[in-house]
Design a protein around this ligand. Structure first.
Ligand code: TXA
Ligand code: MG
Length: 353
């Protein structure tokens, strides 16, 4: 009995032994170059590393190496039916990942790349099945972050990278967020500072006409339409969202705390609305941008500037902070109903679902 018990201990515990996670800074040219070299070495060896992008941090692997990509799914606990975005560092590299490059792809990439826009196109054979979840399309994006660009150029191959969080949790917008979720599971996190965009890229399906937004982001429908002509807005009643883009699932991107989005006139109105939510004021965190609560005993109030870009940049850090502080309820002041806030409104709806 004893020896069987010991044997089981070895067999079942060995694979989960945490690995040492190195965190590399990039804030001087020498550190930047050393981090590019280290990240590229690991990626060329089929390893998975966390890298900064301008939207959110990504968990990257060689997009042409099926075994390396399989590790991403395992580390994140990601369902295999959810395809992964392929990151490139030029239009030419993007074209090698797809079988069609329509005029609209050329126009959009020239207008918005490098940047927070993912284009879904028919997939080239060299892209492994697990990257596309077995589907006939692949999402490609040329990210704007200089570190990510440098690593892709150094590797010479595209990088498959979902957000660097455990499946269904909030995306990381700094290296510390990644460390909290993934330390011990990956060997390297590169610290490239706060993500400048702060929410995930807009995902646009170019295999349908007119192109359809699968996931809203900071490049909104009006901007896309100015370049591409007609655009189909995302709809909540798409028949099989899971097949089109699991990022469309109603509940996604959630903090641990319950989240509600509210509109209020003044403190008294907010206080009255909170009392119907049955929550202790001490564990309720309020994130405001226009009507700042001041005087009814709510202590945990944070203010993000009333500006869509600043709000997006700060939102996930606020949600991570609320969770870490033990929030039970997060109340977010409703965003204005304007195109530039549509990506933010989408993430808040999902977080509240
Ligand atoms: O900004 C971003 O897009 C970040 C950074 C790291 O680039 N990445 C990111 O990846 O948010 P992820 O895996 O967390 O979300 C990718 C979304 C998912 O909703 C996925 O279903 C969708 O893009 N997607 C990827 N490939 C697709 C495809 N071929 N067809 C439809 N949807 C796709
Ligand atoms: Mg994600």
């Amino acid at each position: 009995m004893f020896s069987v018990g010991c044997w089981m201990l070895v067999v079942f515990h060995f694979p989960f032994r945490p690995m040492k996670t190195e965190i590399l800074s990039t804030h001087t040219p020498a550190l930047f170059a050393a981090a590019v070299k280290r990240a590229s070495e690991l990626l060329c060896a089929g390893e998975v590393v966390a890298l900064p992008t301008e939207t959110v941090y990504g968990l990257a692997a060689n997009a042409l190496d099926e075994k390396a990509v399989a590790k991403i799914f395992q580390i994140k606990g990601r369902p295999t039916h959810n395809p992964i975005i392929v990151h490139v560092a030029s239009n030419e590299m993007a074209q090698l990942c797809v079988t069609k490059w329509p005029a609209v792809a050329e126009k959009l990439s020239r207008a918005f790349w490098p940047g927070p826009l993912t284009l879904v196109l028919p997939r080239a054979k060299k892209i492994p099945d697990n990257v596309t979840a077995g589907g006939a399309t692949v999402g490609v994006r040329w990210p704007g972050h200089p570190f990510m660009q440098a690593v892709i150029r150094e590797c010479g191959f595209p990088l498959a990278a979902p957000s660097a969080n455990l499946s269904n949790q909030i995306s990381p917008t700094n290296a510390e967020h990644v460390r909290t979720q993934l330390a011990g599971k990956i060997s390297l996190i590169v610290d490239g500072g706060q993500s400048q965009v702060g929410i995930e890229s807009t995902v646009l399906d170019l295999t349908v006409s007119p192109p359809r937004i699968l996931r809203p982001g900071m490049i909104h429908a009006e901007s896309l339409a100015a370049v591409a002509g007609n655009i189909q807005h995302p709809t909540s009643n798409i028949q099989h969202p899971i097949l089109r883009s699991p990022g469309l699932l109603k509940k996604h991107y959630s903090p641990k705390a319950k989240l509600v989005v509210l509109n209020w006139h003044d403190d008294a109105d907010l206080s009255a609305q909170l009392s119907t939510l049955n929550s202790q004021l001490s564990t309720c965190f309020i994130i405001a941008h226009a009507k700042i609560p001041a005087g009814f005993g709510a202590e945990n109030v944070s203010v993000i500037p009333h500006d869509a870009e600043a709000f997006a940049r700060a939102l996930y850090a606020e949600l991570h902070r609320c969770d870490a502080a033990g929030a039970k309820l997060i109340v977010v002041e409703a965003p204005p109903d304007l195109p530039e806030w549509s990506g933010i409104a989408d993430r808040l709806r999902r977080a509240a679902a």
